[in-house]
Design a protein around this ligand. Structure first.
Ligand SMILES: [Mg+2]
Ligand SMILES: [Zn+2]
Length: 216
């Protein structure tokens, strides 16, 4: 069986959602009104992200120094990656955030090359510009619909493990073969009776997979 692990980035691989941290410092309290609309299902993340990032601006060098200082990853993620690679399974990151945040983090923690899909953040004339490079088929909610990505991999015959924590993970979980959920995503799965396993960190996931799925 070919196993593919699809993982969210912000708040799942990172200990805190880097976008939330950024917005709390530079766009507080205005961005909370937008987040409230998203939480109540009144606005998709595709529209919300652009609105939130129109509330403030940081030049690229300051943005990068914010990432270097603030981003921290789950303390067990690195050993999880090693475990996955040893088992011959694949890991792909699906993010509703920005490629820049992911590439900087992979570099900072020396995680090597990893395939990821995310949105593009541009710094243009004193404003952020967000480019949705992977528009979802039919999904008007997300900037980078993870369900679309998941289905593309599923067609290739993978058994799909999905790991996430929040709103951009709502679309894909119903299609995954095995779901690890925490925080907002756990509540979402529970309310909609989508089977999931609760986790706190990547060590929990590693333990579960080594006993139940990647046993050899
Ligand atoms: Mg997240
Ligand atoms: Zn979607």
């Amino acid at each position: 069986m070919k196993v593919l692990i699809l993982s969210d980035f912000d708040g799942t691989i990172t200990t805190k959602d880097t976008l939330v941290e950024l917005l709390d410092i530079y766009a507080y309290p205005k961005w909370h009104a937008i987040a409230g609309l998203v939480a109540r299902g009144k606005m998709g993340t595709r529209v919300a992200l652009r609105k939130e990032f129109s509330l403030f601006y940081l030049p690229k060098n300051q943005y990068l120094s914010f990432l270097r200082k603030k981003i921290k990853i789950d303390p067990y993620f690195k050993s999880f990656v090693k475990f996955i690679r040893n088992k011959g399974a694949r890991l792909v990151i699906l993010s509703g955030g920005f490629s820049l945040n992911i590439s900087q983090t992979l570099k900072k923690y020396k995680l090597g090359k990893m395939l990821f899909y995310a949105n593009k953040l541009l710094f243009k004339n004193g404003k952020f510009e967000i480019v949705y490079t992977h528009p979802g088929n039919g999904c008007r909610q997300c900037g980078n619909c993870k369900k679309d990505r998941l289905l593309q991999f599923k067609k290739k015959g993978y058994y799909i493990v999905y790991i996430g924590d929040s709103v951009t993970d709502h679309c894909p979980v119903r299609e995954a073969d095995l779901v690890f959920a925490k925080w907002n995503l756990e509540i979402y799965c529970r309310k909609r009776k989508i089977p999931y396993i609760l986790y706190k960190n990547f060590n929990d996931i590693k333990n579960y997979l080594s006993k139940n799925l990647l046993t050899k």
